[in-house]
Design a protein around this ligand. Structure first.
Ligand code: NAD
Length: 355
């Protein structure tokens, strides 16, 4: 298995280094060989090559089976030409790899329940939702898009379009993901108002015929936003379009209260998937061995599960993380009373010893 590693900026290099130690250990334990190759992205690529996504990086990613990314950006590059900002590297690699599906699990670990913003009785029912968001279509990309002036006043216009093939392929990703979890998909739309959502719902229902073993339900997006805070335990996989997914995946992540714990995956049709923590480069703690590496370690677990079909290896990492939390190890971002304070490397040490 060939993995292209893009540490990026800020804490990116620290958390990725720790996640790679875990990957190597899992490889050793299960007799798997992982070959890794590093490449530049974001601010460090701007410094070295003048662009946030050098062609060599794209080629290395395309030549790999999966990509592991840390984070990009930082104050050093805040004032540069917007056309070559570090974030452009991120958008660029997603586009180059044709990554149309974004998988964001929002899981509340029992040991971190205190960080959750919801009432204890709601938390007790559990929070383990996977939001599958369509990433390359919908209103963020639809044409026409413009702003103008009519009858003496300004206006703006965007278009929400979804083609059948776009809906089918994201639905397939959701059904496949559900098969690796507890087998339930809730498709979120606004079919009571939007024509594009009506088509979305009809196609999802049709595609579901190929996944009879998965349970499918539907929910309007306004209700879904409410249900996520009223009783998130009712959800397993939530599949939705770009705009709704942007909002719901952030909402689901935010209620867990632990940004340093959440991994993500972006998948394409046949190209390598890209795995990264949902947080940014945290310049305020970069280079101080303070970053929580668990989101990146859990991103490695997602990589094993979704790109390499190594469920046992993925479970092994997740169990080691749970055990580490049970033992009380805490980086600053998840510190609680009585917790054992550790830095980035020591947190990974604890995970390694629990593997
Ligand atoms: P951020 O996620 O980097 O940080 C927000 C807060 O959470 C900070 O206080 C930070 O210290 C903390 N935090 C984040 N990850 C942590 C971790 N693993 N362990 C402990 N604490 C952690 O968001 P921001 O401050 O808005 O952005 C900083 C930079 O990152 C900006 O340049 C932004 O553009 C970039 N960014 C990149 C990505 C990405 O690469 N995917 C995503 C978001 C932001």
């Amino acid at each position: 298995m060939k993995i292209c590693v893009l540490p990026g900026d800020g804490i990116g290099t620290e958390i990725v280094a720790q996640a790679l130690r875990v990957l190597e250990a899992v490889g050793g334990k299960f007799g798997r060989a992982f070959e890794t190759e590093e490449a530049l992205i974001g601010g460090c690529a701007i410094d070295a090559e003048g662009v946030p996504l050098p062609a060599e990086t794209v080629a290395k990613c395309q030549d790999s089976d999966a990509v592991l990314l840390g984070a990009v950006g930082g104050p050093k590059w805040d004032a540069i030409d917007p056309a070559i900002r570090p974030e452009k590297g991120l958008l660029g690699i997603r586009k180059e790899l044709g990554l149309f599906a974004n998988l964001r699990p929002a899981r509340l670990f029992r040991e971190l329940a205190d960080a959750c913003y919801l009432r204890p009785d709601i938390v007790a029912r559990g929070l383990d939702v996977m939001v599958v968001r369509e990433l390359t279509g919908g209103i963020y990309f639809g044409e026409p898009r413009f702003d103008g002036e009519k009858d003496g006043e300004r206006f703006g216009c965007n278009t929400m379009t979804y083609y059948e093939h776009e809906i089918r392929r994201i639905a397939r990703v959701a059904f496949e993901a559900a098969r690796k979890r507890s087998g339930r998909v809730c498709s979120v739309d606004k079919a009571n108002v939007l024509d594009v959502s009506r088509v979305w719902r009809e196609i999802v229902i049709d595609e579901h015929k190929n996944y009879a073993d998965v349970e499918l339900s539907h929910m309007y997006v306004d209700n879904a936003a409410m249900q996520l805070v009223r009783d998130p335990s009712q959800f397993d996989v939530v599949v939705t379009g770009n705009l709704f997914g942007d909002i719901l995946s952030d909402e689901a992540a935010a209620i867990t209260g632990s940004i340093g714990m959440l991994p993500s995956a972006s998948l394409g049709e046949a190209n390598p998937g890209l795995y990264e923590p949902i947080h940014g480069s945290a310049p305020d703690i970069a280079g101080q061995d303070k970053a929580n590496p668990l989101a990146t370690i859990l991103s490695v677990s997602m990589m094993l599960r979704h790109s390499f079909d190594m469920a046992e290896e993925a479970d092994c990492i997740e169990n080691a993380v749970v055990r580490t939390l049970e033992q009380g190890y805490r980086t600053g971002d998840i510190m609680q009373e009585g917790g054992k304070p550790v830095g980035c490397a020591a947190m990974a040490d604890a995970v390694l010893s629990n593997l």
